[in-house]
Design a protein around this ligand. Structure first.
Ligand SMILES: O=C(O)C1=C[C@@H](OP(=O)(O)O)[C@@H](O)[C@H](O)C1
Ligand SMILES: C=C(OP(=O)(O)O)C(=O)O
Length: 761
């Protein structure tokens, strides 16, 4: 049994099958200080003798029955096809009821690489799935086999997938979890079918290809010559062809259906590539290699702990926590990453343009990377990003190709809404999906007016994602009065308008960011504007133009507020975009008394830019002018912290849009402010915050849930500067959507903040 300390408290563990996997489990348990005994059963007496000599097991036998008595946890570490006969022996040897009840006296688990086959064996042998049986799969291995290759570190930071059924006792699952965690593995759960599909693609298919390639070459006459000259590529690609043949035969027999499905997908891909090579189609080859090369780098970064991994890949439950120590101030000269809104648009317009668009300053955050990846999936060759430089090989207004599956845009509302307009005008069908947060956000605001234009779009209940967009529709321009001040809705309609007959006109109830209009103009597309209305006529073309993306004022805001609230601060933020539709935060901070100056003002690629110099000065509460709200919409989480440090009350109204961002930002901030002890009153469309004034310690500390919202997480990091105690912020992985490197940069200017990764159990 596991105890509260996370130590494995089993009295005796029996490992059935002492090969690489079983032997490494024994080695890892020994290395972790496991105090019980380890017995093992293996048909090969030499392996048992070796295991004892290596100090991995205490005792072993070639027969199972004599070893079962006294074992509290039994690990079946035999090839998948041997599982049934081992289970049959086990059922004979185990006392009646050993695997039954809420806390079964014995737990049995396995390490098989396919799970449906093992589950079916269990059903045949036991006639049901006993509560004490927990099927599992450590995703670790090596091309080596046998106990001699046992490695105590084999499971460190590797995933172990458990696939409990409705019948499995939670207590038994907990014991198996503890076992693997003691080997320093990360344990997650999924259902059997999903496990088998995921593994067919990520493990079984690559093994099959490696075996096949080496076999094909080995059959050729000049094989010695070939192998003699084989270089790194051959070695890297074929390393896994040295794996245990029996084990792999069993896996392919057991996971036949899922493997065949992934092989079909692969064959279709190879045929596409073959056609490109045959035709000498360099562009098609470049598009495929480029997409693959970047997908490889992208997935590498995903494997390094990001929200995509949490939400999309393995549904793992790794969580990132920020720990911010109280006090301090900020100083220095820094540049924050590129503007997110412009980065999304640079790829979108670059892809639809004729010619090559060179982008500088691109935000390498998850949101804009998801947009970039989506265009690669629609056949656009995109080089980079390398240090903010991206080269987009435009395919023209009608050059996008149908993607082979849904387009995943992660956490990005901007991407989903702008894409919906752009895709409504394509000849092919598409589906837009996003992460858990995006899946809760309203899309009716774009689907409804797009339908008025003739688009055919299906949403989930209440207009939520996913969005299924039917291609091949004839769109017509509309004259649309937006019910809310949203640049995303405006941009969506303008992008659809590019494909529509006639004029598309959008009236906004208050000015919103105009990057789409500016960038379209920069690409040679005429956009009209008069008062609150902008318009364009469909059927034109875009001509590639260089784009210089300035630093994101929304990211700069966290540091502006940091300096504005902490005495002694003196900070310069370089090259920040100060588009008039984005400078609400500057206006609001100045109204509150901030010592903030713009220097080095200039225009770069059609957008105004400046260095922002801010020094600490006491702030006072204000009634935030309603006309500034859309101009500062993403900046409010940070501005709420400024309000908490100002003298008097700050009142915000007309900001109901905050409730439909990555979280309900009014409520999420209110909950966090309550935790650290800031007096406030929540309103339907805003909040009143009573500030601490010049009191050195403005509020306390505590543990905040960012609800996976990047801006809530960063706002409370900044809050630590005036806190009396540490602030711990949970669920921060999404900071990487808009501000990669935030923690490092924050530390550079003087904040004391660190990261902690935890695997939620
Ligand atoms: O157009 C854009 O790039 C954005 C518009 C705003 O959203 P709304 O259009 O929903 O106000 C903003 O909150 C978002 O971060 C980016
Ligand atoms: C609201 C935001 O972005 P999006 O709508 O693109 O998710 C944001 O970055 O604060």
């Amino acid at each position: 049994m596991g105890d509260a300390s996370g130590q494995v408290a089993e009295s005796r563990i029996l490992i059935v099958g002492l090969g690489l996997i079983g032997g490494s489990l024994a080695a890892a348990l020994r290395a972790g200080g496991f105090g019980g005994t380890i017995h093992s059963c293996d048909p090969d007496p030499d392996e048992i003798a070796r295991g004892i000599a290596m100090g991995l097991i205490d005792h072993g036998d070639t027969r199972l029955a004599p070893l079962v008595e006294g074992a509290s946890l039994i690990v079946l570490s035999v090839p998948v096809l041997a599982m049934e006969s081992v289970m049959a022996e086990l059922v004979e040897a185990l006392p009646a009821g050993a695997l039954d009840g809420e806390a079964p006296p014995v737990t049995v688990t396995d390490v098989g690489s396919t799970k449906a086959a093992v589950r079916d064996c269990a059903l045949r042998v036991f006639g049901r799935l006993p509560p004490g049986l927990v099927l599992g799969h450590p995703i670790a291995g090596s091309e080596k086999s046998g106990v001699a290759a046992a490695n105590p570190c084999l499971y460190v930071n590797h995933k172990v997938i458990l696939t409990p059924s409705a019948e499995t006792a939670p207590a038994a699952v907990a014991r198996v979890r503890t076992l693997w965690q003691a080997c320093r593995a990360q344990v997650l759960e999924m259902d059997v079918e999903r496990h088998d599909q995921v593994l067919a693609r990520t493990s079984h298919l690559p093994h099959l290809l490696a075996f096949s390639l080496v076999d094909t070459l080995a059959r050729q006459d000049e094989r010695l010559e070939i192998f003699r000259y084989a270089a790194g590529g051959f070695r890297d690609f074929t390393r896994i062809a040295g794996s245990d043949p029996v084990m792999w035969r069993d896996i392919f027999v057991a996971n036949r259906e899922a493997v065949l499905a992934s092989l079909d997908e692969f064959e279709a891909g190879v045929s596409r590539l073959r056609r490109a090579v045959e035709a000498g189609d360099g562009d098609a080859m470049l598009a495929i290699f480029d997409r693959a090369s970047h997908a490889r780098h992208y997935f590498d970064s995903l494997l390094n702990q990001t929200s995509y991994q949490v939400e999309y890949q393995m549904e793992s439950q790794e969580k990132l926590t920020f720990l911010a120590a109280p006090g301090g101030h900020v100083a220095g000269r820094i540049r924050v990453p590129g503007d997110k809104s412009m980065s999304h648009r640079s790829i979108m317009l670059g892809a639809l343009a004729e010619g090559i668009t060179e982008v500088k300053g691109f935000l390498e955050g998850e949101d804009s990377l998801a947009t970039l990846q989506a265009f690669r999936e629609m056949g656009v060759a995109i080089e980079g990003p390398h240090q903010g430089r991206v080269t987009v090989h435009g395919v023209g207004m009608h050059g996008l190709k149908a993607p082979s599956g849904p387009l995943y845009v992660g956490n990005a509302g901007t991407a989903m809404r702008l894409f919906s307009g752009l895709l409504a005008g394509q000849a092919f069908d598409t589906e837009l999906i996003g992460d858990a947060s995006l899946t809760k956000r309203p899309m009716g605001r774009v689907a409804d007016p797009l339908r008025l234009m003739g688009a055919v779009i299906e949403t989930a209940e209440d207009g939520r994602p996913p969005l299924k967009i039917r291609g091949g529709q004839t769109l017509k321009g509309i004259d649309y009065d937006m019910p809310m001040a949203s640049a995303q809705v405006k941009s969506c309609l303008l992008l659809a308008g590019l494909y529509a007959d006639g004029e598309t006109r959008v009236r906004e109830p208050a000015p919103t960011r105009d990057h789409t209009e500016r960038m379209l103009t920069g690409f040679g597309y005429e956009v009209g504007r008069e008062g609150d209305t902008c318009w364009l006529t469909g059927g034109g073309k875009l001509t590639a133009a260089p784009i210089d993306v300035p630093s994101d004022i929304s990211s700069a805001t966290f540091f502006l507020v940091a300096a504005a609230i902490s005495p002694g601060s003196n900070l310069v933020l370089e090259h920040v975009g100060i588009n008039p539709t984005r400078i609400g935060v500057i206006n609001i901070l100045k109204l509150m008394g901030a010592d903030l100056h713009l220097t080095n003002e200039r225009e770069v690629g059609g957008e105004p830019v400046a260095d922002l110099h801010i020094r600490y000065a006491p702030l006072h509460g204000i009634d935030i002018p309603v006309d500034q709200v859309p101009l500062a919409i993403d900046e409010f989480p940070a501005l709420f912290i400024a309000a908490a440090c100002a003298t008097g009350t700050t009142r915000l109204r007309g900001a109901e849009e905050l409730r439909v961002k990555e979280s309900d930002r009014i409520q999420a901030m209110a909950d966090g402010l309550a935790t650290i002890g800031v007096e406030h009153t929540v309103r339907e469309d805003g909040i009143d915050i009573v500030g601490a004034g010049e009191r050195e310690v403005a509020y306390g500390g505590g543990r905040i849930d960012s609800l996976g919202d990047h801006r809530i997480a960063m706002a409370f990091v900044i809050a630590s500067l005036r806190a009396g105690e540490a602030i711990i912020i949970d669920d921060c992985a999404n900071v990487a959507t808009s501000f990669p490197g935030f923690v490092e940069l924050a530390c550079t200017v003087g904040l004391q903040v660190g990261e902690d990764t935890e695997v939620m159990t």
